[in-house]
Design a protein around this ligand. Sequence first.
Ligand SMILES: [Zn+2]
Length: 455
Amino acid sequence: MARHIKCGKLFTGLDRGAEEQQTLVIDGEIIKFVGPSAEAPKPAPNDEVIDHSGHFVLPGLIDMHVHLSYGNAKTEEDIDLYASLEFRALRGLEAAQRVLAAGFTTIADPTTSGRVSLAIRDAIDAGLFVGPRISSSGRQITNRQGLSDWYPSWIGVPETSIGVLCRDASEGIAEIRLEVKDGVDFIKIAIDGDSMNPSSDVLVAGYDQDEISAMVKEAHRLGKKVVVHARGAEGVLYSARAKADIIFHAAWMGDEGLEAVIENGCALCPTLSLVVNDIDFTRPGDGCFPDFPDAHKRELEAACISLPKAREAGVKFMLGSDSGFAVTPYGEWHARELEHYVNYLGFSPAEALKCATVNNGEFVREAGQVGLLEAGRLADILVIDGDPLADISVLQDRSRIREIIQGGDTVEVEINKNARRLRSEFSYELWSDIYTQERIKEIGLVSGLAQRAAE
Ligand SMILES: [Zn+2]
């Protein structure tokens, strides 16, 4: 039994924008026909005809940057220390379902703790649970000046951290070989730190050119692509020269870095969501206010200068949301990244959509099978009420989703509204203030105390 879908508007991902009067025919998990309804094969008596003539049909969206193991973390400690790896896997599976329900039929997870996201991937592959198609790295490889070495030196990076400290190329290569043995889909290296950069005053690269080149070369020799986290000029330059496949962030990429990106055919995946959501959502009372939003304002400013240059130079952009933090919770803001591409980087809605479908589809495990609606590919399809080419933000409105099809089947995933967070998932912060006599006076508690004493 084939499924014939009549599309109001169809965005295939090919360079034709949205077309009207189109029909998609799916047989099993594969697309058999895409084209004008007048040329479509006639439905056989048993075939199902689905009328989406009032809707917009596009490829299932792909998010390149979802951290399933983080658990909507409020602190770095939440990510690394709280909740067992086993609990993180079960929690991450539910998170994956939330992402799927938001219209993202495929994701990549660049950094997980233990083998959490690999286990979620395998459980979905095995048909045990509904979920998005997942490509995952292992723990991220990093050095003293990189992302995951923010612990005091007298503590060190714990085993349950999302990062693994590799102090030179030979340690990095040993870790790459282990991760490949354990079944990762790609390798993640954090060559530098974040906007606040607690381990250094400037965003220096944690590996020199020879070290990063040797690690990328080994990953490629073993058949794995490499994603590098690089915010600073040096990190981007070294990563590009090392021929990393994708560079995440890249806000402070200089002209030399951009040249190397172009010359070596690297793709960029800026991931503005964490930055912009932090600026937009963080409030006084949040532990990182105002330092982190302020740092992110500087990063966004830099990104708005460096990244449009890369876009104009024809660099390939991928798209991801960095979901898994408290400001980027699962299933909520993934499609907002497309709006950021339009608002901040000068992309047209169609170009942003191509990043989230065609371009992302070239990186994941199912490369060549997803991200584009054409005959022979997997039938991963999103149907919405609205026109994202007129208003890209409609993709964020889950009430507009009319159907999600994955591998030819309509996705039925029920998000449990009673899901709640356990105290044991969070770091053990007791108070956010220090209550000296002066502070108690300042916040006006003194009169209240006096009143209670009088009672
Ligand atoms: Zn990330």
